[in-house]
Design a protein around this ligand. Structure first.
Ligand code: ADP
Length: 257
């Protein structure tokens, strides 16, 4: 499971890098393309006109490469029907070998038929991240509990999360009886590269949050020091998955060319 986690985080970083690079490259290439276009119409000097064609063609090829980087960044982001039961089954398979003897794994699926629109792979990665964090928070052993269900949430629940709309949600909960978090850790939890672990990446929770947000969902955290943590993921039952906003924006602009 650790190897799987590292693979996921590599992919995440690469996708973020690809997304960011595409954005910057596009901004460089577009004026170049325009310059090439104007130059190739230059009647007075055929040499300059030929250079214009060259500049334009290179610019176009560059934009095509940007497009394939974007496709890569979005490669794993297909929306599909996700079965809660399948999600949990995959999770317990991945966790095999990572749960120490001192930790009791307790998984409870309240509605085995429950399905929703989302991305199975991403959510599985998200749950795996949370479970491995939970295990690491219980060096002296304890209970790792994963529960699922569906809930109807109203406006009041989301006062602090303006993006989330009231409606039917799938709830995925990961609870541990570990060390809990100090106020300081809690504040910095989602900072990239923030970690209290030797050899930690500090990218796990950030990646979880991105996945949940891209599903139109929210993530809530309860923690009591020396008692443990509880992460609740709320994913809307029927809402199409959205792209990372930056990438979507680049994508739209590209189609204009
Ligand atoms: P990493 O696991 O590589 O440190 P994360 O972003 O997943 O990166 O976590 C950031 C930090 O949040 C951790 O280093 C740890 O201090 C804290 N943390 C995360 N999950 C838990 C948990 N279940 N219990 C206590 N602390 C946690």
């Amino acid at each position: 499971a650790e190897a799987e986690l590292i693979r996921i985080q590599r992919f995440e970083s690469l996708a973020m890098l690809a997304g960011g690079l595409s954005h910057d490259l596009r901004n460089l290439l577009q004026p170049l393309l325009l310059a090439g276009d104007s130059l190739q119409d230059y009647q007075d000097d055929p040499r300059l006109a030929r250079l214009g064609v060259l500049v334009r063609d290179c610019g176009r090829r560059g934009l095509e490469m940007v497009q394939s980087m974007l496709s890569f960044a979005r490669g794993a982001r297909r929306a599909e029907q996700v079965k809660v039961q399948a999600l949990v089954d995959a999770l317990s398979l991945l966790l095999q070998g990572s749960v120490p003897r001192t930790v009791t794994l307790d998984i409870e699926v309240s509605d085995p038929q429950l399905t929703f629109e989302g991305n199975h792979t991403e959510l599985q990665q998200c749950l795996l991240n949370l479970c491995l964090n939970a295990i690491q928070a219980m060096p002296a052993g304890g209970v790792l509990r994963v529960t699922t269900g569906s809930v109807k949430l109203d406006q009041g629940f989301f006062l602090e999360h303006e993006d989330a709309l009231p409606g039917e949600y799938v709830r995925l909960t990961v609870t541990d009886t570990g060390v809990g978090m100090t106020e300081e850790v809690r504040k910095r939890l989602f900072e990239p590269f923030f970690t209290t672990k030797e050899g930690g990446t500090g990218l796990g929770l950030l990646s979880c949050r991105r996945i949940v947000y891209s599903h139109g969902g929210v993530m809530r955290l309860d923690s009591i020091i020396n008692e443990g943590c509880c992460f609740d993921l709320y994913i809307p039952l029927a809402r199409p998955i959205t792209e990372i906003s930056d990438l979507a924006e680049v994508d739209t602009n590209l189609h204009g060319n």
